[in-house]
Ligand binder design. Structure first.
Ligand code: PEP
Length: 250
């Protein structure tokens, strides 16, 4: 079964002003984009609703994070139910910046993933190893550990609601992109693991994105890899070259 090409733009804590956000959305609205690619952009929480109402309808909107509770005394959090109610279909969970800077454990990411799916969201689930772990030959092991936490609580969940983003930490925002062989190997290992612990059907159908210093210059080669189903893009999603990345297979 062919998997749809998928490109996510993670704006992180950017841009810094409403007017800069407007010009970013404006240029995306005018871009010539491959209609066969699924495109999702994740602006900061403050901009979710204005982006939802101003972005073209063939681009979907994602939150960059959410909590696992529906409501209550959790200052600063957003719930999956609130996102669904507001018309936001996707959430990014487990980004390495959340894991590292905000100390999110794999268990917390898993709890959030389950809560998000149960509320009706689709989840872009980020996994990936540090440079030290890669150099110790532990890439597959680390990805499996991060995935296992999610698999343990989602065995009976609908895996069509999960997109995996393999994002080696050493490649995020560093300008050091994985080679297409490194990306392909990691993606194939993730698929093999899911075939074993979830099902061959899920392993075959789940979209696995590569993330980490993707640019217009390197996306085309990465996109030729059979297990690379698209990209999660940080820095370049704020630039006009985001359109070229979306069009990597055009
Ligand atoms: C990201 O933050 O998900 C990411 C991949 O960032 P960048 O493209 O800037 O490396």
């Amino acid at each position: 079964m062919a998997r749809q090409f998928f490109v996510g733009g993670n704006f992180k804590l950017n841009p810094a002003t409403l007017s800069a956000k407007d010009s970013l959305i404006d240029s995306l609205n005018k871009a010539d984009l491959d209609p066969s690619a699924e495109v999702v952009i994740a602006p900061p929480a403050l901009y979710l609703l204005p982006v939802l109402s101003s972005v073209r309808k063939d681009i979907k909107v994602a939150a960059q994070n959410c909590y696992f509770k529906e409501s209550g005394a959790f200052t600063g959090e957003i719930s999956p139910k609130q996102l669904v109610d507001a018309g936001i279909p996707y959430v990014i969970l487990g980004h390495s910046e959340r894991r590292t800077l905000f100390h999110e454990t794999s268990a917390l990411v898993a709890t959030k993933t389950r809560a998000a799916i149960d509320a009706g969201l689709k989840v872009i689930l980020c996994i990936g190893e540090t440079l030290e772990q890669r150099e110790a030959g532990k890439t597959a092991e680390v990805c499996e550990e991060q995935l296992k936490a999610v698999v343990d609580v989602t065995k009976d969940a609908d895996w069509s609601k999960i997109v995996i983003a393999y994002e080696p930490v050493w490649a995020i925002g560093t300008g050091k992109v994985a080679t297409s062989a490194q990306a392909q190997q990691a993606h194939a290992d993730v698929r093999a693991y899911l075939a074993k612990v979830v099902s061959p059907a899920v392993a075959n159908s789940v979209q696995i994105l590569y993330g980490g210093s993707v640019t217009a210059a390197n996306c085309k080669e990465l996109a030729t890899q059979q297990d690379v189903d698209g990209f999660l893009v940080g820095g370049a999603s704020l630039k006009p070259e985001f359109a070229d990345i979306i069009n990597a297979r055009k």
